[in-house]
Design a protein around this ligand. Structure first.
Ligand code: BG6
Length: 291
């Protein structure tokens, strides 16, 4: 089969692209350049997507891979601006949709400044997200400074990984890293592999270049480039209940491992220079790992 790249929309006009090739299928919303479904052949769906997610103009989708840009988390000086920046609620333009080969499809979406972005962040920039949909998923966010002065960006590929049962998940590659615990506003050392037994909202510094998410039968490998920070987030019980777009027990089936430039890892981008934040994700089962 050759790649299929189909433009679709929901009844309310919310637009997305559906991709199918010999190795995988995916769905990407034009709003936010938001990948909200990815499944490799013979593998479980990689991404968690809330059953209550909004697919509506101006609302971020709960699940998949929201793009946080140009700031991660709350805006430093203006609490009225949206958490995680404007990228996830802006319309991006599809500028490349091509079949690399029968196994891999390349999609590029681009975001340029407009009156709304300039009112929130007064810089000229060009941002594009390259996604390769194949047996491996890769996502690379390129941000170029088109202004006459440097700017600082804090970004994330806020990836919601689907898990069978959060209680059995092990995250490897963060041992001996310092992390900022956003719930306690303190920094701690991670001594062992990470297990999630409670609400977690942490920014890890200098993680291994490969992070492994281990579950009963499968493992997911996340490789990062252009990043020295990884956010680990699970809202646990009360926050899941409080979020209108998340089922009460949603926390059991997801964990966010966010390839990021968060907190101290924010990047200065000089005039005419670019920064690239990249995540490459592959899945295998445990038998394959031990062979
Ligand atoms: C995480 C943050 O990246 O995103 C959390 O560390 C935040 O503090 C979470 O709650 C979800 O954010 P939002 O804006 O999508 O509800």
């Amino acid at each position: 089969m050759h790649s299929l790249i189909i433009r679709k929309h929901y009844d309310n006009g919310f637009e997305y692209i559906e991709i199918k090739n010999n190795q995988a299928e995916a769905k990407i919303a034009l709003q936010g350049a938001h990948l909200f479904h990815y499944k490799a052949i013979d593998k479980p769906a990689l991404l968690w997507l809330s059953k209550l997610a909004y697919f509506e103009k101006g609302k971020a989708i709960r699940g998949g891979v929201p793009i946080c840009f140009p700031w991660f988390g709350k805006h430093k000086n203006n609490a009225s601006l949206a958490q995680h920046g404007f990228a996830r609620t802006q319309m991006w333009e599809v500028v490349i949709e091509e079949e690399i080969d029968v196994d891999n499809t390349h999609i590029r979406l681009e975001l340029k400044p407009n009156a709304d972005t300039l009112a929130q962040w007064p810089y000229l920039f060009e941002a594009h997200l390259d996604m390769i949909i194949g047996a491996t998923l890769s996502m690379a966010l390129h941000v170029t400074n088109k202004d006459t002065k440097p700017f600082v960006i804090s970004t994330a590929l806020h990836t919601y990984f689907a898990v069978e049962d959060i209680h059995t998940v092990l995250i490897k590659g963060l041992e001996n890293c310092l992390y900022f615990d956003a719930l306690k506003a303190e920094t701690f050392m991670q001594h062992k592999d990470v297990q999630i037994q409670e609400e977690v909202d942490r920014v890890y510094s200098n993680p291994s270049k490969t992070i492994t998410l281990l579950q009963n039968d499968t493992s997911v490998q996340l490789q990062e480039e252009g990043s020295s920070s990884l956010v680990v987030w699970n809202p646990w019980i009360e926050k899941s209940q409080a979020m209108v777009d998340m089922p009460d027990d949603g926390y059991k089936r997801m964990v966010c491992l966010e390839t990021s430039n968060a907190r101290d890892d924010a990047r200065i981008v000089k005039v005419n220079e670019s920064h690239v934040l990249k995540a490459t994700i592959s899945q295998c089962n445990k038998k394959m790992m031990t062979n």
